[in-house]
Design a protein around this ligand. Structure first.
Ligand code: HEM
Length: 122
């Protein structure tokens, strides 16, 4: 497997493990207050990154140039900003990080759309 999709899959697995441990802690403590943050860690950190990694594995041409790495960095940054942002918002400690995280999430998906449209399969 090419290095870039491998990086996406390793990152996805790490976020999934963190999200699962968080889920187990929520279950064990019976405190589900932060479940939206857990959900976003799993869905953006695992599912979205794994979907992007699958695309880059299927279309190696799309990994040429810098955009796939920028896309990776922006997606990881989205998780790092959004998940604590949701925790802060739930705890009523401000919404700015959650808002910034959602803007980053949209940018991440716009880049994905651009990459898919630009790399027509042959
Ligand atoms: C060891 C694995 C996992 C455990 C123990 C776990 C546990 C939990 C718990 C206790 C809740 C709160 C349920 C409630 O309050 O009704 C929850 C919510 C949720 N989980 Fe997980 N989870 C796990 C893995 C995952 C994975 C892999 C995903 C997605 C790919 C995921 C996505 C979600 C979502 C979307 C919610 C709902 C969030 C919300 O209500 O806002 N979870 N999980």
């Amino acid at each position: 497997m090419q290095p870039i999709p491998r990086l996406y899959f390793i990152t996805a697995a790490v976020f999934a493990l963190l999200g699962m441990i968080w889920g187990i802690v929520m279950s064990a403590t019976m405190d589900h207050t932060l479940s939206p943050a857990h959900g976003h860690l799993n869905l953006i950190g695992f599912v979205m990154i794994a979907v992007f990694g699958t695309y880059y594995a299927l279309v190696p041409k799309a990994t040429e140039g810098r955009l796939a790495v920028i896309h990776y960095g922006l997606t990881v940054l989205t998780v790092i900003v959004m998940v604590p942002g949701i925790v802060l918002a739930i705890n009523e400690n401000g919404e700015i990080l959650a808002k910034l995280g959602s803007v980053l999430a949209v940018l991440t998906m716009l880049i994905f759309l651009y990459v898919v449209v630009r790399n027509r399969s042959d």
